[in-house]
Write a protein that binds this ligand. Sequence first.
Ligand code: DGL
Length: 273
Amino acid sequence: MVATLSFAGQDIPVGVFDSGVGGLSVLAHIRHVLPQQSLIYAADSLHAPYGSKSQAFIVDRSIQLSDFLISRGAKALVVACNTATAAAIGELRRRYAIPIIGMEPAVKPAAAATRSGVVGVLATSGTLQSAQFAALLESYGRQVRVETQACIGLVECIERGELQDAATRQLLQRYIHPLLDAGADTLVLGCTHYPFVRPLIEDIAGPDVVIIDTGAAVARQLKYRLREANLLVDSLAVESGATEFWSNADTASAQSVISLLWGASVDVMRLPD
Ligand code: DGL
C-alpha cells in the first residue's frame, strides 16, 4: 500500500505560482530540498505586480492559477507569493482539498535575530496593508520595533530582469536607507521577487545587517506536508524530477527572464490568460 502511494506520487507534480517570476526564488529552494519531485511553475507576469491590486483581483487570479495547476495534475500547491498568500490563501484552502503552502514575511525569526531591536520589512503594499501582516505584527512584532517599507516599482525591475541596473540600485537605496537610519540591523525580504536583488541589498545594507528570506523554510514546510499526506516521492524511484515553466508574458521575454533567474536555459510554455 505504501509502495503504491509513493509510486503514485512520483509523476504527480507540485504546482507553484506567483504574480510573476519572483516565486522562482522559492522554486529553487524546493528543487534543492525535493530533487526528485516534479514541479510546475506558473508565472502570472501579465498581471504583475499584484502588490497594488485589489484583494478581489488577487483572489480571482489565484483561483485561476490554482485551477490551471490542478488541471495539470498538481497534488499540492505552493503560493510562492507573500501578496497572494495574504489576499487569497483562506479562499484557496476553502476550495481545494490538497495541501496548500503559503508564505509570509519572516517577522518572527527577524525579531529573534535583531540586536538593535529594530527590524526592517521590505514588501509590497498589498502585503503590508493586509490583515495577515497585522496579525503577524501582533504576534511577533511586539517586543521589537518593526519598520516597514513598501517597495513600489521594484517587482517591475525584477520582472524585466534588471537585477544590477543603476535604476534598480537607486530604488533600493531609496527604500533601504530610511530603514537603516531608523536603526534596523535585520531586513526581512517580504516578497519573493526580492531575493533576486539580494546582492544589491547586501551591498547597500553593509555586512553588519542580517537579511532574512523565507524560501528555504517554505521548501522544508512543503516537504513536511507532503510526507504527512503520504505524497512524498519515493527516493529510490526517480533520479531527478522534471521542472515545467509556464508564463503568460510574451514568450520571448518570459524565456529570457526565467532562464536568467533560474540560472539555466529553459523552455517556457504559454500560460492561458
Ligand atoms: N512576489 C510577490 C510577493 O511575494 C508579489 C509581488 C507583486 O506582484 O507585487 O509578494
